[in-house]
Write a protein that binds this ligand. Structure first.
Ligand SMILES: [Zn+2]
Length: 121
């Protein structure tokens, strides 16, 4: 996945949701304490942050295999030869404010010694 206009539009939508959402929340909670305001805002920002992390991670991971020339592809930590793409693997992570991130990324495989490597990060 490369960076696209769709990402751009999605990020715009995400930030609009945060801005609009917190303004509406404030109207509904006119007597909120500073602490409650911080929590409400942090929770919304955390959701946006998680989506941004996910998009950024997927974009860079995909670029490693789909657009990199062979010399720029990752190398096998065991024997040093160039790794080949081999299917995808999905993993779930929990980031700040308990937000779930799901990453589906290419799994690298060494054609010589058979070592497998999930791109770091
Ligand atoms: Zn190897």
């Amino acid at each position: 996945m490369r960076w696209s206009k769709e990402h751009e539009a999605r990020w715009q939508r995400l930030s609009d949701e945060v801005m609009t959402g917190i303004k509406e929340w404030r109207v509904q909670h006119p007597k909120a304490t500073l602490r409650e305001i911080e929590d409400a805002l942090d929770e919304r920002l955390a959701r946006m942050r998680a989506r941004m992390v996910q998009d950024l991670a997927l974009t860079s991971a995909a670029a490693e295999f789909s657009t990199a020339v062979p010399e720029e592809r990752p190398h096998c930590p065991q024997c040093g030869c160039t790794l080949e793409a081999r299917g995808t693997d999905t993993r779930s992570l929990t980031t700040t404010y308990n937000q779930q991130i799901t990453l589906t990324r290419g799994y690298a495989h060494c054609p010589i010694c058979g070592s497998g490597l999930f791109p770091p990060g």
